[in-house]
Design a protein around this ligand. Structure first.
Ligand code: NAD
Ligand code: UGA
Length: 480
């Protein structure tokens, strides 16, 4: 029986391995992690991450050919294929701080693999890593190998949160990079056989190691670039009276461009886009390509500009001050159908409003108070470390109140901000919300989910990203 072990039971390791176990009943899959609380949760009825369809997959295989364990060394030593899916945060100190990837967790995983291995292994990079990381890992493994053969593969993951199971069941492509030696090709074939259980072979792409590593960074950079492009257009739409939804619809109809990833928003979030672009920027700088680095940097700058612009719109519309005013925040996760808040634009928007002394009442269907308080207190990039290594959250922020209902959040509020596109925000009883709010009642829609005409008919002053502005907002221009 082939044995697979995955180091890192996170958003990628957990769902990916659960799907491999489901589709390959004859393979034994162990997912291991240094975080005891994460593993305990994977073995319980309440999984550590919310992902539609994940519960069913885990329930079907757990205890049969899918195991979650903290006994990292035992499972690694027994495995034929070891996936590494640990955190790769942005460095906060030292060389490359604020840009380069911190490979501390990756390196410690590689050294541990070398220490405990007694048989040949294929080691698969699943984490997103800088180009040429495989070379460094290969060096660590071969210099400590005691005669064991390690083959390194790069197999980056392209799933998106909220649709992870769907994406894993039916991927656009699976990418496997390896050495161009006979041993390297044999390792690629072994991993291809695993995916071929359910992925059509023409969607399994094989390449050299560096192409696979760079393709992952490039894919995320291209996706994020589309969002920054449409968000840049949204500012111009507001200035001219064009409607960004109409513009992106028209632009996306060009088959060379396509309709996806053209929704204007308060800004992109999530654990990877910013981290991976910063990483790409750093690699370009290290390779003497400042023009290329600056080009990609701009994608992040526009994203930051969009979040700042949104906060400025709120404050300037409300007579240039939100001090002491209750503002309801609907949605805190970085997108719908996930409880993940890593790099969510809600953090920057809330911090901006708190800086202007607003009182926030926050509601998200999947994010609890502890997480929100922790996010608002945490320093940039600290979130991307194993949970038990993150700094303890200091005393909670008193201006923030977290509630479990949109109506409680909006009652007596001066303004409402929609920061995540949860479906339930489309069908709220906005008449009831209006009746319970202070007047004038404002709605700032950072996800373009509400019907502005209906809300204006109720009496709201509405701001929707990239849409023609109310006279009220025109009279109070935002200073970005
Ligand atoms: P995560 O933080 O959810 O999970 C990483 C896990 O690794 C944590 O549970 C941590 O405790 C564990 N870990 C760290 N060091 C370890 C060690 N030495 N031994 C055992 N366990 C260890 O992160 P994630 O979102 O799953 O991302 C993992 C990687 O995959 C990152 O490089 C990320 O860029 C990439 N990625 C993420 C996504 C996504 O949607 N989240 C998608 C594609 C790629
Ligand atoms: C993204 C990529 O889509 C995945 O392919 C990749 O594997 C993953 O990053 C990763 O490497 O971590 P994810 O961050 O989970 O996946 O979610 P996305 O659907 O890409 O959304 C990212 C952010 O962009 C969200 O905040 C979302 O609201 C925003 N977005 C997305 C927009 O503002 N407009 C859009 O049109 C699309």
């Amino acid at each position: 029986m082939v044995k697979i072990c995955c180091i890192g039971a996170g958003y990628v390791g957990g769902p990916t391995m659960a799907v491999i176990a489901l589709k390959c009943p004859e393979i034994e899959v162990a997912v291991v992690d240094i975080s005891v609380s994460r593993i305990t949760a994977w073995n319980s009825d309440t999984l550590p991450i919310y992902e539609p369809g994940l519960d069913e997959v885990v329930k079907k295989c757990r205890g049969k050919n899918l195991f979650f364990s903290t006994d990292v060394e035992k499972h690694v030593s027994e495995a034929d294929i070891v996936f590494v899916s640990v955190n790769t945060p942005t460095k906060t100190q030292g060389l490359g701080a604020g840009k380069a990837a911190d490979l501390t967790y990756w390196e410690s995983a590689a050294r541990m693999i070398a220490d405990v291995s007694k048989s040949n292994k294929i080691v698969v990079e699943k984490s997103t890593v800088p180009v040429k990381t495989a070379e460094a890992i290969e060096k660590i493994l071969t210099h400590n190998s005691k005669g064991i053969d390690f083959q390194i593969l790069s197999n980056p993951e392209f799933l998106a949160e909220g649709t992870a199971i769907q994406d894993l069941f039916n991927p656009d492509r699976v990418l496997i990079g390896g050495r161009e030696t006979p041993e390297g090709q044999k390792a690629i074939a072994a991993l291809r056989d695993v995916y071929a259980h359910w992925v059509p072979v023409d969607r399994i792409i094989c390449s050299n190691l560096w192409s696979a590593e760079l393709s992952k960074l490039a894919a995320n950079a291209f996706l994020a670039q589309r969002i920054s492009s449409v968000n840049a257009m949204s500012a111009l739409c507001e200035a001219t009276g064009a409607d960004v939804s109409q513009v992106s619809h028209a632009v996306g109809k060009d088959t060379r461009i396509g309709p996806k990833f053209l929704n204007a928003s308060v800004g992109f979030g999530g654990s990877c886009f910013q981290k991976d672009i910063l990483n790409l920027v750093y690699i370009c700088e290290c390779n003497g390509l400042p023009e290329v680095a600056n080009y990609w940097k701009q994608v992040i700058k526009i994203n930051d500009y969009q979040k700042t612009r949104f906060v400025n719109r709120i404050v300037s519309s409300m007579f240039n001050t939100v001090s002491g005013k209750k503002i309801a925040i609907l949605g805190f996760a970085f997108k719908k159908d996930t409880g993940d808040t890593r790099e969510t634009p809600a953090i920057d928007v809330c911090k901006g409003l708190l800086g202007d002394k607003a009182l926030l009442s926050i509601y998200d269907p999947q994010v609890n108070e502890e997480q929100i308080q922790r996010d608002l207190a945490m320093k940039k990039f600290d979130w991307d470390h194993p949970v038990h290594l993150q700094p303890m959250s200091p005393t909670s922020i008193k201006q923030v109140n977290v509630v479990w209902d949109a109506y409680a959040a909006t009652k007596d509020a001066h303004g409402v901000c929609i920061l995540t596109e949860w479906d339930e925000f489309k069908t709220l009883d906005y008449q009831r919300i209006y009746d319970d709010m202070r007047k004038p009642a404002f709605i700032f829609d950072g996800r373009n989910v509400v019907d502005e005409a209906k809300l204006r008919a109720i009496g709201f002053i509405v701001y929707s990203i990239g849409k023609p502005l109310d006279q009220w907002l025109k009279d109070m221009p935002a200073v970005a």
